[in-house]
Design a protein around this ligand. Structure first.
Ligand code: GLU
Length: 416
């Protein structure tokens, strides 16, 4: 895709700094990450050869609490991408008013090419390499693109073995059997659903009569597709890495999920009613609601003017570039920004962390109620500010998030 997400993240800071008249010293400060660790991860492969992978863990800001953010495994991962993702976590946690900072990790690897044992060795060694900068009081990783509850279990095990006791609070997104939280896996999708409902209510749209297109069919895209389908909404197109399927009468999401959960891709799905489309065709498909739930920088100045939707709900982190954002605003498309829209994941991660520390676990009902409460509060704050100042939802969300960080820095002062 060519665009550097770290440059995008810094540009977003400039835009909001200008809008809110932020002290230039703070602007300079916020564009830097607190620390970035680059590690080499040697892995003995099943055939006896040695492969060395590169991994990262970045803390952008821990001024409001320990670092928080996922770990992604992807051949596209690099230091600048992880820095950008850490910055976005800072804003996300701040916007939801969670007592957590922003962090992110990643390993440059295509996990689909590894066996399960290789994946486990990679994860255990990566954990051991970053062990000094993670921990319940320091930085708490979680799943992200291509990582899951099993990977979190291995991370927790390595950390616990080093400490000589079980430390479930070192990661979130674990299986419930070892201190995970009920409701964590579908949480990002649940949060997206609450935000979409709230946005439709403001615009007087009836959600059930909207046509919906979703890019990405993993944990985030798959869950929101499933929720919308079960609510009787019309999801007309979805895509995964292999491409997308389009059917204007509405896809049978339950069957597609069954298919992809068996390890298949959408491209190989057989239903003569469905038209196979590319990922770029999917984004410009005519619809009411577009949910990019895959990777960053997919809506750019090259395709933004061709989009034919009314609402964009950002399931992914950083799917829209600042240049595209301007085009979308001029076209009158409402963008529910990533740091608000997809905050459900980290919100329930926070609940998991709290439950682990207290060793007292909540029922699903309480999780979903508290998730909805936190997200709707943030939504109302963002929506009100955007109306009051006649600015995009993203700028409003950033103003709220950055103000809280700026206040914390001001109160604590700069050491020494
Ligand atoms: N990876 C998710 C995100 O980007 C969740 C992070 C977390 O739960 O810490 O928000």
């Amino acid at each position: 895709m060519g665009l550097n997400p770290f440059e995008v993240a810094k540009k977003q800071i400039d835009i909001v700094a200008k809008e809110m008249g932020l002290d230039p010293n703070l602007t300079k400060y916020l564009k830097r990450v607190e620390r970035a660790l680059i590690v080499s991860i040697p892995v003995v492969m099943d055939d006896g050869t040695l492969e060395i992978y590169e991994g990262y863990r970045v803390h952008h800001s821990t001024v409001r609490g320990p670092g928080k953010g996922g770990i992604r495994y992807s051949p596209e991962v690099n230091l600048d991408e992880v820095k950008a993702l850490a910055i976005w976590m800072t804003w996300k946690c701040s916007l939801l008013n969670l007592p957590l900072g922003g962090a992110k990790g990643g390993v440059c690897v295509d996990p689909r090419k590894l066996s399960k044992r290789e994946l486990e060795r990679l994860t255990r060694r990566y954990t051991s390499e970053i062990i000094n900068i993670i921990g319940p009081d320091i930085d708490i990783p979680a799943p992200d693109v291509n990582t899951n509850a099993q990977i979190m279990s291995w991370i927790m095990d390595v950390y616990s073995m080093q400490k000589g006791r079980s430390v479930p609070g070192v990661v979130t997104g674990k299986p419930v059997e070892i201190g995970g939280s009920v409701g964590r896996e579908p949480a990002t999708g649940m949060g997206l659903y609450y935000m979409l409902e709230a946005m439709c209510e403001k615009l007087n749209f009836n959600l059930k009569s909207q046509t919906i297109v979703i890019q990405g069919f993993g944990n985030v895209g798959g869950t929101i597709a499933d929720l919308l389908f079960k609510e009787g909404c019309k999801v007309i197109a979805v895509s995964d890495i292999s491409g997308g399927l389009l059917y204007s009468d509405g896809l049978e999401i339950d069957k597609l999920l069954e298919w992809t959960r068996q390890g298949n891709t959408l491209k190989d799905y057989n239903d003569e009613r469905y038209k196979f489309i590319t990922n770029s065709e999917l984004l410009t498909t005519e619809c009411d609601i577009l949910i990019p739930a895959a990777l960053e920088n997919v809506i750019t100045q090259n395709n933004a003017s061709n989009l034919k939707c009314k609402i964009i709900l950002e399931g992914a982190n950083g799917p829209v570039t600042p240049e595209a954002d301007k085009i979308l605003y001029d076209k009158g498309i409402h963008v529910v920004p990533d740091i608000l829209a997809n905050g459900g994941g980290v919100c329930v991660s926070y609940f998991e962390y709290v439950q682990d520390i207290r060793a007292y676990f909540w029922e699903l009902d309480r999780i979903n109620k508290e998730l909805k409460k936190i997200m709707l509060k943030a939504f109302e704050e963002v929506y009100e500010l955007s109306k009051e100042r006649k600015i995009q939802l993203r700028t409003a969300a950033y103003i709220i998030a950055v103000s809280r960080i700026a206040k914390a820095i001001e109160l604590r002062g700069i050491f020494p």
